[in-house]
Design a protein around this ligand. Structure first.
Ligand code: SF4
Length: 383
């Protein structure tokens, strides 16, 4: 008797796009701006918080509650993370890019000398970063798929893996199988910022190149989740759009991902648009006070999410937010390829505000009663 093969049922592929499409930008903006002091009080009292609470906490109505938010965020961070700040350094491997992004010094339409580090140059950068004490580096490139694609990344991982305990990536969005392959080679986390969740605005700032596909970028964290990457970093470029609405969609994305890929860890960054060679000015300015409001709101929404602040922010601001919920700092950053080993000036991706050395930043962290952590992960943990 012939056996009839049963049809194979594939698990349905979920995507954030389905959740995202349920919300119009204007509805999110209206929700945030309709929040009242009573909504903020309720959000502060809730033991666990949802997206409506988050909308209240980032709303203008929450501005008078900043001290209470900061105190609660401090307690939540101490409970989950203790008194530690993790340190990492970006390692720029290439400034080649085939995209036009209106806000970036590496944009294809900017005339600058393009450089991609060769293996010897990568090892020279490694030597300097190791001497600074780093165990965690974030590999950064532009988007030049032919010269800086998977073969280049595989070579870089093979070179760097023996030297660092944590390798993170901030490069062009890749395919799921590429993330799986790089995970085998030691990839720990991937940062992929949506830049803005407002599609019309995204189009204006990404007119040319593969990055102009809003949908492909939006789907990237799902590919990362399916590939089993240990940690996914989200964020928007604050200043391209209204920061409150963009942060609401970031929080929605975080919520969706942490429920769908619950084994994965998550981090959020808050890059504020800064001056660069192209000269784009922010359309929406976020004050320091508002950035504190946002940092504490994320902490109150999600006690487990890592919150990362880069050297785009000033020394004073970074020192002051140490107790408010952040968990990760970059320090001593160079944002041009070869910038650590070679003092030669070349165009940076963005300007640095906090120019202190990693040792100086670590000393400030200690002075605040916190411990700077250079290594919080070892490949041995995964066997
Ligand atoms: S943001 Fe990234 S993709 Fe856009 S121009 Fe800069 S390096 Fe290229």
């Amino acid at each position: 008797m012939p056996t009839t093969a049963l049809p194979r049922t594939q698990p349905a592929i979920t995507s954030f796009e389905q959740t995202f499409n349920d919300w119009a930008w204007e509805d999110a903006t209206a929700l945030i701006h309709s929040r009242t002091a009573a909504d903020v009080e309720r959000a502060l009292q809730n033991p666990t918080r949802d997206l409506r609470d988050f909308a209240a906490l980032i709303s203008p109505a929450a501005a008078p509650y900043l001290e209470r938010m900061a105190a609660l965020a401090n307690q939540a961070t101490l409970r989950r993370f203790g008194r530690v700040i993790q340190l990492y350094a970006p390692l720029y491997l290439s400034n080649e890019c085939q995209n036009i992004c209106t806000y970036c010094g590496f944009s294809m339409d900017n005339a600058l000398e393009r450089k991609t580090l060769n293996p010897a140059e990568i090892l020279r950068e490694t030597e300097v970063l190791k001497a600074m004490g780093y165990e965690h580096v974030l590999l950064v490139t532009g988007e030049a798929n032919r010269s800086v694609g998977m073969p280049y990344f595989e070579q870089a991982f093979n070179l760097l893996r023996p030297h660092f305990s944590q390798l993170s990536l901030e490069v062009q969005p890749l395919e799921e199988q590429d993330y799986r392959r790089l995970t085998e080679l030691g990839l720990h986390s991937v940062l992929v910022y949506q830049e803005t969740y407002r599609q019309e605005t995204y189009k204006v700032h990404h007119p040319k190149g593969r990055k102009s596909s809003f949908a492909y970028r939006l789907d990237t964290p799902d590919r990362l989740g399916r590939a089993g990457v240990h940690k996914i970093g989200l964020g928007v470029l604050i200043g391209l759009e209204d920061w409150r609405s963009d942060s609401f969609f970031t929080a929605m994305h975080l919520r969706y991902l942490s429920r769908t890929y619950w084994r994965t860890k998550y981090s959020i960054s808050f890059p504020r648009l800064r001056p660069h060679a192209g000269g784009l000015q922010p359309t929406s300015i976020m004050s320091d006070r508002e950035l504190v409001q946002l940092i504490t709101a994320y902490r109150l929404l999600d006690p487990d999410v890592e919150l990362s602040l880069s050297t785009r922010e000033t020394e004073r601001f970074r020192d002051n937010v140490i107790p408010l919920g952040v968990t990760t700092f970059s320090a001593g950053s160079k944002t041009n390829p070869g910038g650590y080993a070679c003092a030669e000036e070349s165009l940076e991706q963005f300007e640095i505000s906090d120019e202190r050395s990693p040792a100086e930043v670590a000393a400030v962290i200690r002075k605040s009663g916190y411990q700077p952590v250079w290594k919080d992960w070892d490949r041995g943990y995964v066997g």
